[in-house]
Design a protein around this ligand. Sequence first.
Ligand code: GLA
Length: 733
Amino acid sequence: MSIRIDRENGLITLHTAHTSYQMWADRLGVVHHLYYGPAVGDCDLRGLEYYSDCGFSPQPAGMDRQRDYSLDNLCQEYTGSGVGDYRIGCLRLAGPDGSRAADFRFVSAEAVPGKYALPGLPAACDNGGECETLRLKLKDVVNGLAVTLLYGVYEAADLITRAAVFVNEGEGTIRLDKAASACLDLPFGQWELIHFQGRHCMERQPERAPLGHTIQTLRSARGASSHQHNPFAILAAPHTTEEAGECLGAMLVWSGNFKIECEVNQMQSTRLVAGVSDDDFSWTLEPGGQFAAPEVLFCYSEAGLGELSARYHRFLQHNIIRSVWRDKPRPILINNWEATYMDFDAQRILDIARQARELGVEMLVLDDGWFGQRSDDTSGLGDWQVNEAKLGCTLDQLIGQVREMGLLFGLWVEPEMVCANTALYAAHPDWALTIPGRAPSTGRSQLVLDLGRPEVVEYLYGTFHRLLAGHDIAYIKWDMNRNMTDVYSRALPPERQGEAAHRYMLGLYDLLGRLTRDFPQVLFEGCAGGGGRFDAGMLYYCPQIWCSDDTDPIHRIKIQYGTSFGYPPCTMGSHVSASPNHQTGRSTLLSTRAVVAMAGTFGYELDLQKLTGDEKEMVRAQIARCKQLQPLLLEGRCERLTNAVADSCFTAWQFTAPDRSRAAVSVVVIDPQANPWPIHIRLRGLDPDALYHESLTERVYTGAALCRAGLTLPIMQGDYPAVQIMIERMESV
Ligand code: GLA
């Protein structure tokens, strides 16, 4: 049993293989958080609590003589509002009488086998006997607002999921203005916040800084999880490294506006609150109404950041991603975007496909520009009829010829958007998010459809269901190329406009849920101008996401490095593109571009016909090597051997098979040096006593030698050279 409820003492303990989590409902019904950290066995940790009268911290009713008891200083499982806790809170609300208070007290706790589900939201699954659920109900007895805190305890995976479901059990209307998913109070320790900031073409760059007595907020108000911040944060002890030290992560399973806030209080305890952003948010609960706050995945490691990432990778791979593709090597694809942009006809696409097939590519993806009047990015989105005049044939004729070559066919779509000069917009101007009387802002000349309206979701479902049912399509790239403005739904009354952005996400999840259910064999790749919506919510539907629009391998190393803290490499769309690179103008070797792209779902995105004969041979060899590496990428453990953001000369990473029989080490020179120092790397996670063959110098070493003494590489100079070294365990000694 991973959940223990000691009703006599009000203690609830959650156990995973290596961690313990304990909480306690006191005699007032306030639920204290006692502990989350390395496993401590079965014991009562109330002795860890520290009570003192710290002045100006108020006492709840009934406790006025006990000056050392204040909600302001207690570590709590979930906060109320306006009743004496001045730290960042989980909740803001207006009760039926306009009062802003909520005082949650314990009602019930039950442990049930299996994993809870959340209405309308993606959430981690149980593949059979992996999880136990704690349902902890709290309630404000005055206004009737009840919240059920849900905990999914995954013992073997060492992961605890949390979510919160609100129900108005009172008689009047309650408006939620903030409704976080979870609060985590850490009574002791000094923590540093690691988060992932960025911009279009440079997503998820780690930043690490100590938490102070300020509030630090990571947020998106863009209607998508965003290029700028990722809904994932790590708290790490000051000396925590890749291989050692304490750290814990909080990752939202959510793709819309979010907030993760951290604060150190006057008594040096640290609070983290995570959930849907409260900016421009409100949700009205009529009596009986319900609101579900998205899931957060908490994971704790005392073995450094590498172990934390490995646990998230395994969990996302096995418990979040639902697609039948999740454990399968993905088809090696050629995408025409950087080869042609929107300037193509079927002949040009078929030429690209033919060349790709000859070299061993397995799927052709036709990107943007095949539909409506779309010859550039100022028109066409919303009119999803095939532009046969541009192609010079029907879609089926094109697909037929691609399939005859022996390639799978994939297609780009951007369902959530509409251009103002389309038939769809002319027919349904009220389907776009716009404010009455106000000319809307555009982004990439497009408006955002109001997916909070069921009829819009129904229309998109019909349109894309027909597309997938009517054609032989194996893959969909689901793009989303602007952030929201003018968030106003014509279908909602004025007082409910604060629900529009959230309802959009529920509509999107509904749409993606239905299409992926109806077409389980189709491989969906998420995209939002590259990695502008790279999160666990999207991974629930799409087993891979285009990691960034920046395909320059020297930048891509940093982007994939940052992304790998939370997300498995097999979810990162990564392609070999042309040199000089279209985003940066930098020239790099074809071999280097391939080494970097092989750290994700591999493909090409350039005109292969323009390659020299030698280069074509290299592509053939790269595809063969990629096929050997794909199992390692899917099942292996990824080690960040260097810090790609701080590296000055080279970056290195390693994939290791679960049974430690093989590893692949990649090294890329990011700044070639004159009179260079040797490149020296230490590998990780090999069997110390086994003998391994190393492919670069063809020498044999013990695992201990490779991990402790390391490898010295030959000098590498030129246009960013790279090597891939295969490490294979020798069968007999
Ligand atoms: C986005 C994607 C690109 C490409 C274009 C097409 O920017 O990230 O890969 O599909 O849209 O318009």
